[in-house]
Design a protein around this ligand. Structure first.
Ligand code: C2E
Ligand code: MG
Ligand code: MG
Length: 721
């Protein structure tokens, strides 16, 4: 059968494209078929279709509007009620149809954005519909109440007339009406009420209002009832459930009114009940959808946050709570290599296992999105409770997961936070759980980590330092100290090592071990190192001008990252030129690891620097991986033996033979390769003496001088110290 659409019905001046309009009309026809049987409307089928086409266009325009606004949904809901589409199924069918068919009918791709827009429109349409219907019902109820009151007040004839009016309304009304005396004896109920509850009028008349109590009625429903019967209240409205004769339940909006006699004494009570079960169910379903993850069926982020908020609203400070924040390891690889379908199924199975392994009161498993899950444990008794949960979850995940021919092994990392609710809040708990999850990942994955405030404080400080370092360099918060490198034979200052420091506005003077590693991580070391080199060369120039031939060379540390910087050779050359410092007055210190076992490029750079006349030293020699045979192929001039070997040479009366032997061997080796030897960390005269005897050329350490400002080197050079 073909449908005849009545084109004479005025249509909205739609801005929609003709193809979209065709889709909207097709949808409206399906919509009309779905709702036409459930409501009585004074329109032909074609008129209904035309009316619904208009409403569909409003929805379609709203779907595409920028910025998006759900308000038109509300208006559509209202207009449905205004047009008398008020049958019990109308709203449910409408919402379902919108979800199932609208996008398809219009040829719109159902992507995330469209789906969420559509859901918002469904929600606002339901709200608008419910509101309009409620307003209408209330208006109806008011009319009935007025009629009951009229019956009491009017003169005899008028009384009969209004009684007749009341009767008519009582019988015909779509809402349930019941009349009882003040003792609760039910005197009469109308057909709608009878239909609603499934009991006959006679059965109802045998009962007392209090028999209508439902075990889950809110306390307020019956408190208000007592007040009404006592004459303290003329009417009240409440949401109330009734048991049906067939064992089912009806959700209603109940309005209960009191009818008084001429003397004001309460005589009757009139109940008006509107069946809102469908709306109630729909609201429940919408609420469920809004609060659950469609893939795993677990509570979603919104529900989790709601629950967490409730935990913190309990205001019982001695209560504790814990969180496991879980993230799968390497999920992205599975998703990318085996496809989203497998990824989705994996998430479903993980959700199932989580749910299974933490079942029990006070625990909530939620999916936060992607491959992140969270377990909330209310009323924990201490850290161990949550650690147990995390350990159980990790064990549960160890079993391989079989999905469509693949046997997948997943692991997860879990951040754990457990604490008393007092003195903390939901946001802090979440943030700390997130941080701790990151630790679990950083510590090697497939494990749990427990929140540790000290570790956090350290990391925050580290983060603050690394974030503020670039600005600090701009603001000149760094400066360079110098420590002499002394010829052991006669105490002559041959060179000075440049050692950077940070005068931090908040933390005070920071030694390089607090920030060099960070600067390496962030890459700032390249510009910081260049700055130190420049400072040191400026200083070298001053010494050269003042002390001429006896001016010391400057020894500047070069970080691994700098040694691999392709600009290194050019930078060094430029700085030497700018400062007018001859290359032999510069020594660069590199650690063993920077020089050995690396690619060729840094070596080429070092060779170029060495060819230029710059001295190259190996710093902290003996602490790293040393391929001694390789040394002879390297462009190196000096070995700086690490301070740790000086320990055994420290005391005047005893000597550690092993340390002494190591240093002696290193010195022999260095000399055989024609390298100079500097001993680091020389703290006592005994060490200095022994090192000299062993054959070390140069010493550095507190025994000679601590690192200090260049003026101290000036005085040393002038012989003033
Ligand atoms: P390093 O190059 O081995 O520098 C020697 C370190 O030993 C310095 O520590 C110095 O103050 C310390 N020291 C000197 N004499 C003695 C002594 O007799 N006993 C003891 N126990 N220690 C002594 P500082 O200044 O804290 O520097 C630590 C490290 O930071 C340096 O070790 C170097 O690796 C790095 N560093 C310092 N400045 C820079 C720089 O400008 N760039 C780079 N890349 N690293 C730097
Ligand atoms: Mg050094
Ligand atoms: Mg050193």
């Amino acid at each position: 059968m073909t449908e005849r659409v009545d084109h004479r019905v005025p249509r909205s001046r739609s801005k929609l494209a003709p193809t979209v309009l065709v889709g909207a009309e097709a949808f409206a026809r399906t919509w009309a078929t779905a709702v036409i049987g459930s409501s009585y409307v004074p329109m032909t089928r074609a008129e209904v279709a035309a009316h619904l086409t208009g409403l569909t266009e409003v929805l379609v325009e709203a779907l595409h509007a920028n910025p998006f606004c759900a308000r038109p949904g509300h208006d559509v809901g209202t207009r449905l009620v205004d047009a008398h589409f008020t049958g019990t199924d109308t709203l449910g069918r409408t919402v379902q149809l919108l979800g199932d068919e609208l996008l398809g009918e219009l040829g719109i791709t159902a992507d995330e954005r469209m789906r969420s827009r559509l859901a918002a429109l469904q929600g606002s349409l339901s709200a608008g519909y419910a509101r309009a219907l409620r307003e209408r019902t209330l208006a109806e109820q008011e009319a009935i109440r007025a009629a009951v009151l009229d019956a009491r007040d009017q003169a005899e004839t008028a009384l009969r007339a209004s009684e007749a009016r009341f009767r008519a309304m009582f019988t015909e009304a779509a809402i349930g009406i019941g009349i009882a005396d003040v003792d609760g004896r039910i005197l009469d109920v109308n057909q709608a009420f009878v239909d609603m509850l499934g009991h006959s009028v006679e059965e109802m008349r045998d009962r007392n209002v209090r028999d209508m109590m439902h075990p889950e009625d809110a306390g307020v429903v019956w408190r208000l009832y007592d007040q009404l019967i006592a004459g303290e209240l003329d009417h009240y409205r409440a949401e109330k459930r009734f048991n049906r004769a067939d064992g089912g339940q009806v959700w209603t909006h109940l309005t209960l009114s009191l009818v008084r006699g001429d003397d004001g004494v309460p005589l009757y009570q009139v109940a008006m009940v509107e069946d809102v079960t469908d709306r109630h169910m729909l609201q429940n379903r919408l609420r469920y959808q809004a609060l659950h993850d469609p893939l795993t069926g677990l509570p979603n982020r919104a529900l989790f946050l709601e629950r967490l908020g409730r935990v913190f609203n309990q205001r019982e400070p001695e209560l504790r709570a814990g969180l496991c924040y879980l993230d799968l390891d390497g999920f992205k690889v599975i998703n990318d290599s085996l496809g989203h379908h497998v990824g989705d199924q994996l998430l479903v199975e993980v959700g199932r296992r989580l749910d299974r392994s933490v079942s029990g009161g006070g625990k909530l498993v939620a999916r936060m999105g992607g491959d992140e899950f969270v377990i909330l444990v209310e009323g924990s008794r201490g850290t161990q409770d949550i650690v147990d949960v995390a350990a159980r979850v990790l064990r549960e995940l160890e079993q391989p997961i079989r999905i469509g021919g693949h046997e997948l092994t997943v692991s997860a990392s879990i951040g754990i936070v457990e604490r008393a609710l007092a003195g903390t809040n939901a946001a802090d708990l979440m943030r700390d759980a997130d941080i701790t999850l990151y630790w679990a990942k950083a510590d090697g994955k497939s494990r749990w980590a427990l929140y540790d405030p000290d570790r956090n404080a350290r990391e925050v400080a580290r983060f603050t330092l690394s974030a503020t370092m670039p600005a600090a360099l701009e603001r000149n918060e760094f400066y360079v100290d110098y420590q002499p490198l002394v010829r052991l034979e006669d105490g002559h200052v041959k060179g000075v090592e440049a050692l950077v420091r940070w005068q931090h506005p908040e933390f005070g003077r920071l030694a390089p071990d607090h920030f060099i590693e960070l600067a390496e991580e962030t890459g700032l070391i390249v510009s910081l190192g260049r700055w130190v080199l420049h400072q040191a060369c400026v200083q070298a120039r001053r010494w050269l001008v003042e002390f001429g031939d006896s001016a010391p060379f400057v020894s500047v540390n070069l970080a691994v990252r700098q040694s691999r910087d392709p600009e290194l050779v050019r930078d060094v050359k430029r700085i030497l030129d700018e400062c007018a410092v001859p290359p032999h007055l510069l020594q660069l210190e590199l650690t063993e690891s920077a020089i050995m076992g690396t690619a060729d490029e840094p070596l080429e750079a070092l060779r170029a620097l060495s060819d230029m006349g710059v001295r190259i030293a190996i710093d902290d020699f003996g602490t790293g991986y040393s391929n001694l045979a390789y040394l002879k192929h390297l462009p190196v001039h000096e070995l700086k033996i690490a301070g740790s070997f000086m320990e055994g040479l420290r005391a005047a009366d005893e000597e550690d033979p092993v340390d002494a032997q190591i240093v002696a061997t290193l010195v022999q080796l260095a000399h055989a390769l024609r390298l100079g030897v500097t001993a680091e960390g020389v703290e006592t005269p005994a060490q200095a003496k022994r090192l000299h005897r062993i054959g070390c050329d140069t010493g550095q350490g507190w025994f000679f001088a601590r690192p200090g400002p260049p003026e101290e080197i000036d005085r040393l050079l002038r012989g003033e110290l």
